[in-house]
Design a protein around this ligand. Structure first.
Ligand SMILES: [Mg+2]
Length: 416
C-alpha cells in the first residue's frame, strides 16, 4: 500500500446560528457558534475532515502555518505528527493542542476511508451502536429575530426541557448554570427534576460558585437523582475541599484536561468523573488513553461538549462508542444549532441517542453549499466575545462570582 501523505491543509471559519443565545457563567454564546472546518488533502486524493472551536481568520492562518511542517507527512504516522507539531515543551510556546486535535480527526478520517473501515474500528472497535446524550439545558435570551426562546424562570426551563425531551427523547438532563443567583438556579434545578420523575440530572455552574454557595447548593439537591456535581467551584484544591462537605460525585471538564492534571487528581482524589473532550485533550486517541487511565484508577468517564458541529460530533460518537467505561450520557450543544455543515443536515437523535456512523472514516461528508453559506455568515457577522454577556455591557465575573444576572429582568439584547 503506497503512503498517503498530506498535500494541503485548508481551514474555513463558519458561523452557524443557534436557536437562541445561550448564557453561561462567563458571558454567552451570542446566538451562533463560530467554528473552523479543517480539510486535509493527501497526495493520493483523499480528503479528511477536522473541526476546531472558534478561531476565525486567526485559525485559518494557524493551520496554513502548519502546512510546511506536515506536507509529505504520512497520515498513518499519528504519534509522529504529535511530536512534529505538539511536542510538550515546544507547546509551552506554540499552543497547538487544539490544532493537533483537528488534524488528528482528519488523519483518522483518511485512514478509515483508505482502509474502508469506520474510525471506531481503528480505535479498538465499538462496544455500543449509539451514544446517549443529555439534554444540556441553558438559560437563554430570546432570539431577537423571533422573540422566542427565553429560558429564565423555572416554568420556562421546565417547558423547554419538556419540548427537548418530546423532540429528541432525552432521559438525562444537564442544567448549565452560573448565571443567576444560586438560590434562583436551585429553584430551577429542583423544578426541572420534579417535572421529570425518575430521570437523571446534573448541574454545572462552570466553577462560578463560592465554596459556601456550592456547599449549600450541593446539600439542597441530595434527594435528586444526580449523575454528579460538575465544576461547582474553581480548582482541584477547592473541589477536594468541597467533598468534605457534600456527599456527591464531583465532575470536571475544566481542571483535568491533560495527563499531568489527570495524574494529579488521581493522587489528590479531588474529582470522581472526568469529562473528556476530543478538542481539549488534543484528539480522539488521547481521550481513549485517558479513559484507560480512568478505568484503571477507578474514575468515571463522561463526554464534554465544546460546541460542536457534525464533524466534531462524529469524533465524540466514535470515542463514545469504543470506551467501555463511559458511564454517563454525553453532553452536546448540538441540538441548540439550527443547521450543520454536513450532508443531510444535523445527525438525528432517537430516544436521546445518536447512532455511531459506520461508513468509512468519520462517516460524515461536508456539504459544500452549507459550508459556503455559513462561511459567508462568518464574514458578515464575524466572531463574538465568549466572555461577554450581550445583555450586560461591560460586565465580567470574578471567580467565585457574586455579581449575578437579575432573574426578574427579561432582556432581548442585540447580538451584533
Ligand atoms: Mg462543564
Amino acid at each position: 500500500m503506497s503512503a498517503t501523505t498530506i498535500a494541503s491543509i485548508r481551514a474555513t471559519p463558519v458561523t452557524v446560528p443557534l436557536e437562541a443565545p445561550l448564557l453561561h457563567s462567563n458571558g454567552a454564546h451570542w446566538g451562533r457558534f463560530v467554528r473552523t472546518v479543517v480539510e486535509v488533502e493527501t497526495a493520493d486524493g483523499y480528503l479528511g475532515l477536522g473541526e476546531m472551536g472558534g478561531g476565525g481568520e486567526d485559525a485559518t492562518r494557524a493551520f496554513a502555518g502548519l502546512t510546511p511542517y506536515l506536507r509529505g507527512h504520512d497520515v498513518f504516522s499519528l504519534e509522529k505528527m504529535r511530536f512534529a507539531i505538539c511536542n510538550p515543551t515546544a507547546s509551552l510556546y506554540n499552543n497547538r493542542t487544539q490544532l493537533h486535535a483537528a488534524l488528528e480527526f482528519a488523519c483518522l478520517d483518511i485512514i478509515g476511508q483508505k482502509l474502508g473501515v469506520p474510525v471506531h474500528a481503528l480505535l479498538g472497535g465499538k462496544v455500543r451502536d449509539t451514544v446517549e446524550f443529555a439534554s444540556y439545558l441553558f438559560f437563554r435570551y430570546a432570539d431577537p429575530g423571533t422573540g422566542e426562546g427565553e429560558v429564565r424562570t423555572p416554568e420556562q426551563l421546565v417547558a423547554h426541557a419538556a419540548r427537548l425531551k418530546a423532540k429528541h427523547g432525552f432521559a438525562s438532563h444537564k442544567l448549565k448554570g452560573g448565571v443567576y443567583p444560586p438560590r434562583h438556579e436551585l429553584a430551577c434545578y429542583r423544578a426541572l427534576a420534579a417535572s421529570l420523575p425518575g430521570e437523571r440530572f446534573r448541574y454545572d455552574p462552570n466553577s462560578a460558585l463560592s465554596l459556601a454557595d456550592a456547599i449549600a447548593f450541593g446539600n439542597a439537591i441530595l434527594d435528586i437523582r444526580n449523575d454528579y456535581f460538575e465544576d461547582p467551584v474553581w480548582g482541584m484544591s477547592q473541589l477536594a475541599r468541597l467533598k468534605d462537605f457534600v456527599p456527591l460525585p464531583i465532575a470536571t471538564n475544566t481542571v483535568v484536561i491533560n495527563f499531568e492534571q489527570l495524574a494529579e487528581t488521581v493522587r489528590n482524589g479531588a474529582v470522581d468523573v472526568i469529562l473528556l473532550d476530543t478538542t481539549f485533550w488534543g484528539g480522539i486517541r488521547p481521550c481513549i488513553k485517558a479513559a484507560g487511565v480512568c478505568e484503571t484508577m477507578g474514575l468515571g468517564v463522561a463526554v464534554h461538549s465544546s460546541g460542536e458541529l457534525g464533524i466534531q460530533l462524529a469524533t465524540m460518537l466514535h470515542m463514545g462508542s469504543v470506551v467501555p467505561n463511559l458511564g454517563y450520557a454525553a453532553d452536546a450543544h448540538y441540538h441548540h444549532l439550527v443547521d450543520d455543515v454536513i450532508v443531510g443536515g444535523p445527525l438525528p437523535y432517537r430516544d436521546g441517542a445518536i447512532r455511531v456512523p459506520d461508513a468509512p472514516g468519520l462517516g460524515v461528508t461536508l456539504d459544500r453549499d452549507r459550508l459556503a453559506r455559513y462561511h459567508e455568515l462568518f464574514r458578515e457577522w464575524g466572531g463574538y466575545p465568549y466572555d461577554r454577556d450581550p445583555g450586560r455591557p461591560g460586565w465580567y465575573p470574578l471567580v467565585p462570582n457574586a455579581r449575578w444576572a437579575d432573574p426578574a429582568v427579561s432582556l432581548t439584547p442585540a447580538l451584533r
